[in-house]
Design a protein around this ligand. Structure first.
Ligand code: TYD
Ligand code: MG
Length: 479
């Protein structure tokens, strides 16, 4: 009998050690090492064509100029948001990881995509749900009538469409793949797969790593795009080792507040495009719907101005987006005032409060402050600072800000309004949505020394208020 080989893996970063360690030398986490049984005899089980050809062929260095460049062929899906986050469609042979909390809609997103591509043969491998459950979901997704579940045709050539396989062993999956020859492979989820090359349980570091490596080899050798669905642990990491993120070409994160209908698909890493793209969906009874104009839905419809509400012109990826920010400032009933921010960094909120206290003399130290970004989305764009500061003061003073006003500026520690990127796009978006005035930083304006073609305010009909310091903003707003 072959001797079993044992190794210890850090569950947080995937570091491998022959003996147990208390602290991981790689990621410095404590108590993360778990014993995993490594391999059986590796020769007996077929791998994804453990191709001898590729291992024997030695590559030679080539000068960059001599490398012939083929125009990358990208497969466009009917889902424009998905194409956008991938950087313009699916790249042949790419390995894409889609992470997200349980129940956020990862399976729905991928199944919907698979069903919507009638001319592409998609194999959807599910290790989590039975084929009945998937069929039920598919019927539900086809309810709106735009997509019909395909009826099987006699001609095998025409039988493109979506195939479901409930299987968790990679060896069996590869066997089916050789028979079916799919154009796209979807794995739901990587944590349920197991390879017979590794003994440990599905979801363990060594299993996840081995299965991903096999799928990676398959993707690269056959030029088939592979999508992996991955779970996220409580602290927001993609479960399994960090190396999973290093192995794949693209990491997408599907996020949102489960109590809201909006979902955001965010690019975390992309070898084939920008990593700051974003797709927005709405979760409806019959599946996910693309939201092509996010500003209009993220702004709540209201007629009369209320205090504590402002609109900020933010930019997510390349896309301008107007979002509503709300603040509530009230006298604290207990000793320590509460500070809560939803969709915004709490440390940054403390910084804004300190600037308002120190530079503008508002006494916020003994107040409870709550901030909220509507729609359940998370914003990292610093241009939202000015809108938030205005919302805080508006709530504090209980003076509403005119409804047709919006903001785009970062606040510095000394109370100066700093320039933000792509200001033209932000102003244009505000104007398009019928806003009457927008506050921007004076540092966004061209100066004589710098190039003159930067920002030409005469192009806009919206009233652009150029401000340099936060006190000026409050002077203009509250008199
Ligand atoms: P699911 O795709 O199973 O999530 P994940 O794979 O990320 O765990 O989505 C589950 C949630 O989505 C579930 O709570 C129900 C909801 N849902 C809808 O609102 N509409 C739909 O059409 C479908 C299929 C699911
Ligand atoms: Mg699922």
């Amino acid at each position: 009998m072959a001797k079993t080989k044992i190794a210890y893996f850090c569950q947080s970063c995937g570091y491998e050690s022959p003996k147990w360690l208390g602290k991981c030398p790689s990621c410095q986490q404590w108590n993360t090492f778990v014993e995993e049984i490594l391999e059986k005899s590796s020769a007996s089980v077929p791998n994804w064509k453990s191709s001898p050809a590729s291992s024997q062929r030695a590559n030679k260095p080539v000068e960059v100029a001599d490398i012939t460049f083929k125009e990358e062929h990208r497969l466009l899906t009917p889902d424009k948001e998905f194409n956008r986050v991938l950087g313009g469609g699916i790249v042949a042979g790419s390995l894409v990881l889609i992470g997200g909390e349980p129940g956020i809609g990862k399976s729905t997103l991928m199944l919907q995509l698979a069903l919507n591509m009638p001319n592409v043969k998609v194999l959807y491998v599910s290790g989590e749900e039975s084929d009945h459950q998937i069929k039920m979901r598919a019927e539900r997704l086809a309810l709106d009538g735009s997509q019909k579940l395909k009826v099987k045709s006699q001609n095998p050539e025409e039988n493109k469409g979506c195939y479901i396989l409930t299987e968790t062993s990679t060896q069996n999956i590869f066997k089916q793949i050789e028979e079916l020859q799919p154009d796209i492979l979807v794995i739901d989820s990587i944590q349920t797969l197991h390879s017979s090359h590794v003994e440990s349980t599905p979801g363990s570091v060594s299993q996840v790593r081995e299965c991903t490596a096999e799928l990676l080899r398959f993707a690269k050798e056959t030029s088939t795009p592979v999508f992996l669905i991955g779970h996220i642990t409580k602290d927001g990491m993609i479960a399994g080792p960090k190396i999973l993120e290093h192995m794949v070409d693209t990491v997408l994160q599907f996020e949102g507040d489960r109590h809201h209908v909006y979902r955001i698909l965010r690019t975390i890493k992309n070898r084939f495009g920008s990593s700051s793209e974003l797709g927005i969906y709405e979760m409806l009874g019959e599946g996910l719907r693309e939201v092509s104009n996010p500003s209009e839905i993220l702004l709540s419809q209201r007629d009369e101005p209320l205090s504590g509400i402002t609109i900020s012109a933010t930019l997510e990826g390349m896309r301008p987006m107007l979002i509503e920010t709300q603040a509530l400032v009230s006298t604290s009933a207990y000793g320590t005032p509460q500070r809560t921010a939803t969709g915004f960094d709490t440390k940054r909120m403390s910084m804004l409060l300190a600037v308002l206290e120190k530079r503008c003399g508002f006494r916020l130290g003994a107040k409870d402050v709550f901030l909220n970004i509507t729609g359940g989305i998370r914003v990292e764009d610093p241009a939202i600072d000015l809108g938030l500061a205005a919302a805080i003061i508006s709530s504090h003073e209980d003076i509403p800000i005119p409804t047709k006003t919006c903001f785009a500026g970062e606040i510095g520690l000394s109370g100066e309004i700093r320039a933000v990127n792509r200001i033209e796009q932000r102003i244009a978006e505000a104007q398009k949505l019928g806003f009457e005035q927008i506050f921007i930083s004076k540092y966004n304006m061209p100066t004589a020394a710098k190039d003159k073609n930067r920002l030409d305010l005469s192009r806009y009909t919206i009233d652009v208020k150029v401000v340099g310091r936060i006190e000026e903003v409050f002077g203009l707003l509250f008199g």
